[in-house]
Design a protein around this ligand. Structure first.
Ligand code: ADP
Ligand code: MG
Length: 233
């Protein structure tokens, strides 16, 4: 199982090559390297959308500066957007701009990136995580941001609590799992946020990061162990 994947976003090829080399030695790797390779670039969200999942509206750019930020605000008819790396994790390198605080003319992301409308629900109600083991829902987590922050990661003061999803919300998360173009994932985390329409949309389907919120999932250890045993037999 992937153990420490925390800085793969800054060493992508090295990380993927290492996984492939481990697999080539005959070691069973979870999640499988083909899944990890697919999941490392957030463009996979387009494929999930084509396959029936609802995603947060997103514009994709080879790079972005002030002009792309302004144009995204116009297209999304909003005053605030979030600009993220296409290969990113932990909210690192992410920027949020408002019409009142635009980037200056020289600013660039300097890498492939994506722009989304800022979803106020992330601050107002939080982001939801649905943990799946072998495609079966294990447990939910509600992740909230610290006061004055919008990023829910603990690095930025975010905190988690237990979350038992409503049927309609769980169905949205299950639809994302069903849209995955693989059926051999050991574990997967579906992170979702509520759109202004009230419907949950996928922010990321995380199949790399091995952190599965054990504190909110009392049965997780047993479930995961059983699934791993099953693969080894
Ligand atoms: N469109 C958005 N609206 C509001 N908050 C967002 C939006 N996109 C990301 N965030 C915040 O930033 C965090 C990191 O973004 P995310 O897309 O999950 O990337 P990462 O792979 O870095 O975790 C999210 O957990 C959320 O708190
Ligand atoms: Mg995230």
């Amino acid at each position: 199982m992937l153990g420490t994947a925390w800085d793969y976003q800054d060493h992508l090829e090295e990380f993927l090559d290492k996984l492939a080399a481990v697999e080539a030695r005959g070691t069973l790797v979870c999640n499988p390297p083909t899944v990890v390779r697919w999941n490392a670039e957030k463009r996979y969200l387009c494929e999930l959308e084509q396959r029936g999942a609802s995603i947060v509206p997103t514009l994709w750019h080879g790079d972005a500066g002030r002009a792309e930020v302004l144009s995204a605000m116009d297209q999304f008819d909003t005053n605030r957007v979030v600009v993220k790396r296409q290969v990113g994790a932990g909210g690192l390198g992410q920027q949020s701009f408002t019409r009142a605080a635009l980037p200056d003319g020289e600013w660039r992301m300097d890498r492939p990136c994506m722009i989304q409308p800022f979803l106020p629900s992330v601050v107002e109600e939080g982001e939801y995580t649905f943990v799946f083991i072998e495609g079966v829902f294990s447990h939910g987590v509600l992740k909230r941001a610290a006061k004055g922050e919008y990023r829910i990661q603990s690095l930025f003061g975010g905190y988690e609590s237990d979350y038992a999803p409503e049927q309609a919300d769980l169905a949205r998360a299950q639809a994302v799992v069903n849209a995955l173009p693989f059926d051999d994932l050991l574990y997967c985390r579906i992170d979702m946020a509520r759109l202004p329409s009230g419907q949950l949309a996928v922010m990321e389907a995380e199949a790399i990061e091995p952190y599965l919120y054990p504190e909110q999932g009392s049965g997780l250890g047993k479930r995961l162990a059983a699934a791993i045993l099953n693969r080894l037999n």
